[in-house]
Design a protein around this ligand. Sequence first.
Ligand code: PEP
Ligand code: MG
Length: 484
Amino acid sequence: HNGLTAEAAVEKVQSDTKARMMRLTDPYLRERMHDFDDLANRLLRQLTGFSGRAFDEGFPTDAIILARAMGAAELLDYPRASLRGLVLEDGAVTSHVVIVARAMGIPVVGQAAGVVALAENGDPIIIDGDDGQIHLRPVLDLQKAYEEKVRLRARRQEQFKALRDVEPVTKDGKRISLQMNAGLLVDLPQLAESGADGIGLFRTELQFMIASTMPKLEEQESFYRNVIKQAAGRPVTFRTLDIGGDKVVSYFRAQEEENPALGWRAIRLSLDRPGLLRTQLRALLRAAAGAELKMMLPMVTEVSEIHAVRELMQKEVQHLSKFGHSLPRKLQFGAMLEVPALMWQLDELMAEVDFVSVGSNDLFQFTMAADRGNARVSDRFDNLGKPFLRILRDIARAGERNKTVVTLCGEMAGKPLSAMALLGVGFRSVSMSPTSIGPVKAMLLGLDIDQLSAELNAALDDIRSSESIRTLLVRFAEANNIPV
Ligand code: PEP
Ligand code: MG
C-alpha cells in the first residue's frame, strides 16, 4: 500500500521489529529476535523465488556445516545423505546436538573458535572427528594422508559389519548385553544394522524438542507404537521426558535459572506437571498394549520420587482398564542413576525398581562438579580415574547383591577403552550410539574379564599408587591384543 515492493516491505518490518526488540529488557523476549529474523529470512526467500529453507537452494553433496552453535532440531533439518560433517565454535562432547550427530553417524568437531570467520563458502575442508582436528584448505599431501586414513577406516568398518551377527561373548565366556541409544524414528533401522540386543535408552524428549508444539496424546502414542513395531521384538527402554537443563523445548517456557543442570528438569518437572507425565505414561501404556513395556525415569534423586511416579502409573493403568483398553503384557520399571545422592540409597533403590541405568554423562558432571556442556571443564577430569571408576564399581556390586540388572547408557559405554573398564568393574550391560556397537564388540571378543578385573580391582584398591588407571587399561589392552 505504501509503494514498497513486497521484499522491501518485509525488510522494513524486520528492521523496525529488530530495533524495537533490541530495547527490550526481558532477555527471553530479546532472544526471540532470532526467531523473527529466521521468519523474515524465510519470507524473503519465498518472495525472491527461493524456497523456504537454505538447503533447498541446492545443498551440496559432501557438505560440511560450520556454525557458531546449533540446536539438535536444526541439525535434523539438513538432508542427512549429503551431510558429511559438522564444525561448531561451541559444543562439547556430551551436548545434545553432538549426541544427535553421532547417532546420525556424522563426525563433529567442537570448540573450533573463530572458524566461521576464517572459512569461505565452498572451501575444501577436512574434519577429523576422531582426533577433533579440522584442516581448512588442506595442502595436497595432507589430503593424500587423509584419503589413506579414510580407506583404512572403511576397511575397519567392514570388519565391524562382519561382526554384526557374532554373539557378544567375552573370551572367558561372559555374555554381554550390547544395546543402542536412540530417540528418533530415523535411528530405528540401525537396530538391525548394528546387531544391537535392543534399545537401552530411548530419549523420548527428542520428539518434543523437534516439534513446534507439545505433541498430543495421540501423536505420542502413535510415535511409540511405531518405535515398538520397528524394533520388531527387541526390547526398547523408553525414558520419560528429560527436558530442562540443556534440553530446551521451545513451547515450554520455564523460569530462568542460574544453574539449569541442577534445576527444575527431568523427573522434577514431570512430578510438578503431572498432566504432562500422565499423558506420556498413558501414551506409552497404550502403545505397548499386549507387549512388554520397559520405561525408566531420568534424574532420580530420592527413592520417594519413584513411588510418586508409580502412583501416577497405577492411576493410568486403572483408567485404561476401566475404559476397556488392553494393557502391556508386562511392565518393567527402572530408574536412571545420574545424581550422586542415589549412591547412598542403592539398596533401597534396587529393591524398588526392576532395573537401573547409569547415565554417566550426568553422573560424571555432578560427581566432579564439572559442566558436561563446557569443554573447558568437562575434559579436565578423567572418567577413567579412580573416583569415578570406584563409584561405578560400587553400583555394579550393588546390582549383583540385589540381583538387579544394571546398564550404563552414557557416552563412555561407546568408547572401547572405557567399555573395557566398565566390564572390568562389573558391568554386563551397556548401551551406546549404534556406530559404537562394532568397535565395542571387537574389543570384548578378545577380553578375559576375570583377568582384567583382578588387575583393575587391585589398582583401584591401592591407595598408595598414583599410577593412572587409564594407563593401566591401555597397557592391558596392548599386552592382550585387545583392539581399543
Ligand atoms: C546421561 O546423562 O548419561 C544420559 C544417558 O542421559 P542424557 O545424556 O540424555 O542426559
Ligand atoms: Mg542424563
